[in-house]
Design a protein around this ligand. Structure first.
Ligand SMILES: *Cc1c(COP(=O)(O)O)cnc(C)c1O
Length: 337
């Protein structure tokens, strides 16, 4: 897997740590739990989009782009990281924020990622839920082109084959770390949304013949739809990499039992997972992705789905800035003394 053929900029503080979670492991009574700290990728409070943006911004610069256009939900971590990456490389950025969560607290619309987008001076346009956001993205691209800009469009979550290369890199990095530690990884688990993270991990881990299965915990789409999205993108990434043979369909597994009422809608399991990781390990998860991913992992452990002697790596994809959009779930205002 010859990744240096692709245009790329350096954004990630890599390798991100691979750490043991002793107190969570003990609390749950095994399996042994490890965490890959992709919340610590270093750009604008970090997260998984940073790895994808190394290749996406690299490609944009190679094409002579002047302006990055992307889209996401109001509290999109992807938009925040894209705004930072674009600014760092002298590019303007326009973000379309879909009001996918319409019943949030006021902080959901003015704090967390929204605040950071504004500090990066992204031009923000909002859209109601349910539009074809890809078509909206292209519409804005055309408008900017007519104004003399050279727009580069990044799909939601940075999830296309170029972006997914970032998670092929993560798969390589993880295997090197496991080898150095003498750690036999039995399984990788993480939150899956726009599919690029899982597609890149699967293409990388399968392409390197690691024998390590990946389980994506869905945050939006039903299982069949999510697996189809991941598999299609993983196969395109596989082709872009030039790996021989076919990618096995069975290499893609998603579980969408932990979405709850919908994307960005809190669940009791998510709130428990956020509190547990904070109070046992001093680690902040997020309410939309990693909190639900960890809630899924915890429930699957409690219901005996994994062997007690397995080594499981949870990929922490970041997003804790989103907690500030969900303050009322976790905290209450102090009285002024
Ligand atoms: C975007 C995101 C994910 C999901 O990754 P995809 O590549 O979109 O599937 C998971 N966690 C966090 C915190 C994210 O921002």
């Amino acid at each position: 897997m010859h990744l240096s053929r692709f245009h790329r900029v350096k954004l990630t503080h890599a390798p991100t740590p691979l750490e043991y979670l002793p107190r969570l492991t003990e609390y749950l009574g095994g399996p042994r739990l490890y965490i890959k700290r992709d919340d610590c990728t270093g750009l604008a409070t970090g997260g998984n989009k940073t790895r994808k943006l190394e290749f996406l911004i690299g490609d944009a610069l190679a094409q002579g782009a002047t302006h990055i256009v992307t889209q996401g939900a109001t509290q999109s971590n992807h938009v925040r990281q894209t705004a930072a990456a674009a600014r760092k490389h002298g590019l303007r950025v326009t973000a379309l924020l879909e009001t996918r969560v319409a019943d949030g607290a006021p902080e959901y619309y003015n704090n967390g990622n929204v605040l950071l987008d504004q500090i990066f001076d992204a031009s923000i346009e909002t859209r109601p839920a349910g539009l074809d956001m890809n078509a909206e993205l292209h519409g804005v691209g055309e408008r900017l082109r007519a104004q003399g800009e050279r727009p580069y469009l990044i799909p939601g979550g940075g999830s296309n084959p170029i972006g997914a290369l970032g998670y092929v890199v993560c798969a390589q990095e993880l295997l090197v770390q496991a080898n150095d530690l003498g750690l036999k990884i039995d399984r990788v688990v993480h939150a899956t949304g726009s599919a690029g993270t899982q597609a890149g991990l699967v293409a990388g881990l399968e392409g390197l013949n690691s024998g390590i299965p990946v389980l994506g915990i869905g945050v939006r789409a039903p299982k069949e739809k999510q697996e189809e999205n991941v598999y299609n993108l993983a196969r395109q990434t596989w082709e872009l990499l030039g790996v021989r043979g076919d990618l096995r369909r069975e290499a893609v597994e998603a579980n969408s039992d932990y979405v709850g009422p919908g994307y960005g809608q809190p669940t009791d399991g998510m709130v428990e997972a956020v509190r547990l990781l904070a109070q046992l390990e001093g680690i902040l998860l997020d309410p939309v992705y990693s909190g639900k991913g960890m809630a899924g992992l915890i429930d699957l452990i409690r219901t005996g789905r994994f062997g007690k002697d397995e080594n499981i790596v949870f990929v922490h994809t970041g997003g804790a800035v989103g907690l500030f959009g969900y303050r009322e779930l976790f905290g209450s205002p102090l009285e002024r003394a």
